[in-house]
Design a protein around this ligand. Structure first.
Ligand SMILES: [Zn+2]
Length: 511
């Protein structure tokens, strides 16, 4: 039986936000019993911040693990932020643990990456959040085609459910007992007699709750009012942001939907008060004023003529404010300037694969053997495709060969899983991340406010400084993949990146 230690942390002794010590402990122990792992010790740091690793229980745990090398297989935490909030510490800690044969388990995440890049993890999170089955360009194109035909390519919004039509294609249907309530709320707003906030009372009266059975929230209603899906319309990245008729006929008419959009626009100022993420200001709280280092805010005061004039500004400093459009344009230029050089994608991928290979060196011989076998199988698969393309084999022969290779890969992966492996290199995710880097300006400008906020953090994990007086961005820490991309562009760029050691940087420079 494998052994584990649990590490818990609360930032205040009376934790009000996030999971309590009890919840963390219970969840971790539950994970251990489900996975037949024996919990040997439980460590907890109470009322300490995760900014440094200088914590009593953390130190005690590390010294215990070191002196009991080989006995303990896992350090289990409720969430990565319990362990540390500092990416550099996280990588260092993970390296230390792996040296003494301990694997880090974050039970609230399926993201167990060998390549622990913020960008890749972030992209994974976005994909997971979407329940997105995007696996390759081919699949993506396929989804796009389906979406343009009006089929549903993502999770149903509240009150609707994902179903298949007679042809077996994805579409939506009202959820019994909920769909009609959604209709009632959306139609009520269209009368103009309600504010978004006053719809809450109506929800209570007719018994419309959130998907998890809790009292309705303003943010959710506000999202529902803006969601064209209820009117039998689709709009997503798959439709290139265009509104197109859905196969699903909707629970309200498009007229009601458009009327609601008008009302929302008119009531924008009151709605904005309740909306945490105001779509007008995606860069709010992401940009810091370079003068006082406090977050830049956004608001829409009325100008002399009574028209709202949205501005980003610093509420502390006497510096000019800036029009959002202008600032967004500057931000898009910045993103575009960070895009890797053409030809860089392949190079970046090679770097990631190389680092991944080096990490696998620390694995046991058996794991190494299995990883190698998997790599070979992947190469064989590529060869088979090449042979098909060059006409050396028929499609039928290709099918036979790939089936055999797939069976072998499955068997190898099963073995690998049974010896407890580090996760497989997620090449699809890496491809997606690289694609994101090359197309970030377009992706960012077409994304919803929620995703804009995620995406901009993927590029600048620590936010970005902006000088309102000079109208320019300050220097800022870039995500690792981006830092790598910069190396090639500027050979003088010296960077103590976690991913590449100087030796490897040299290897990568054009020469
Ligand atoms: Zn300021």
């Amino acid at each position: 039986m494998k052994r584990a230690v649990i590490y818990l942390r609360v930032s205040t002794t009376k934790q009000t936000e996030g999971a309590s010590l009890e919840t963390q402990q219970m969840t971790c122990q539950d994970w251990a019993s489900r996975n037949q792992v024996l919990v040997e010790k439980i460590y907890h740091d109470d009322g300490v911040s995760a900014k440094t690793l200088d914590r009593p229980a953390m130190k005690e745990m590390l010294s215990y693990l070191e002196s009991n090398k080989g006995k303990v297989s896992y350090v289990v935490t409720y969430q990565t932020d319990r362990l540390t909030r500092n990416a550099a510490d996280f990588f260092a800690l993970r390296a230390t643990l792996s040296q003494i044969g301990v694997e880090y388990k974050n039970i609230n995440s399926s993201l167990e990456e060998s390549i622990n890049d913020e960008l890749i993890q972030g992209i994974e999170a976005v994909l997971a959040q979407h329940d997105n089955k995007v696996k390759s360009v081919r699949v993506r194109d396929n989804m796009k085609r389906h979406a343009k035909e009006g089929y549903r390519m993502s999770k149903a919004p509240h009150g609707l459910k994902n179903v298949r039509d007679v042809l077996g294609k994805s579409t939506l249907a009202p959820m019994e007992g909920v769909g009609d309530k959604v209709t009632a709320i959306l139609e009520a707003y269209a009368t103009g007699a309600y504010t978004v906030a006053s719809l809450l009372t109506l929800c209570e009266e007719i018994g419309l709750q959130t998907a998890s059975g809790k009292p309705m929230k303003i943010q959710i209603i506000s999202k529902m009012l803006r969601n064209p899906t209820y009117a039998g319309l689709e709009q997503s990245a798959h439709t290139d942001g265009q509104l197109i008729p859905s196969r699903f006929k909707g629970v309200i008419t498009p007229t009601v939907f458009y009327r609601n959009q008008d009302l929302l626009r008119k009531n924008k100022n009151s709605a904005a008060k309740y909306k945490r993420n105001n779509p007008e200001f995606p860069l709010r709280r992401f940009l810091d004023c370079s003068n006082c280092h406090k977050p830049i805010t956004g608001s829409s005061p009325r100008s002399g003529s009574g028209k709202p004039s949205p501005r980003y500004h610093c509420s502390r400093c006497k510096v000019p404010s800036i029009n959002p459009q202008e600032l967004h344009e500057q931000f898009l230029h910045l993103l575009a300037s960070l895009a890797p050089d053409p030809g860089m994608e392949k190079f970046l991928k090679e770097v990631i694969v190389r680092v991944w290979r080096e990490e696998t060196q620390t694995l046991s011989t058996q794991q190494k053997r299995l990883h190698k076998a998997l790599e070979e199988l992947t190469e064989r698969k590529t060869k088979v495709i090449e042979m098909l393309v060059s006409g050396e084999i028929t499609p039928e022969e290709k099918r036979g060969l790939t089936t055999k290779i797939n069976e072998e890969s499955d068997a190898t992966e099963k073995q690998l899983a049974s010896v407890g492996s580090m996760s497989r290199l997620k090449t699809d995710t890496i491809d997606y991340a690289l694609q994101f880097m090359s197309n970030a300006p377009r992706i960012w400008s077409n994304a919803s406010i929620e995703h804009q906020i995620i995406y901009q953090r993927l590029v600048f994990p620590e936010g970005l400084e902006y000088d309102l007086a000079k109208n320019e961005f300050g220097t800022s820490k870039l995500s690792r993949l981006y830092r790598l991309a910069t190396i090639k562009k500027d050979p003088s760029f010296s960077d103590e990146s976690h991913l590449v050691t100087p030796r490897r940087v040299e290897l990568l420079l054009p020469g």
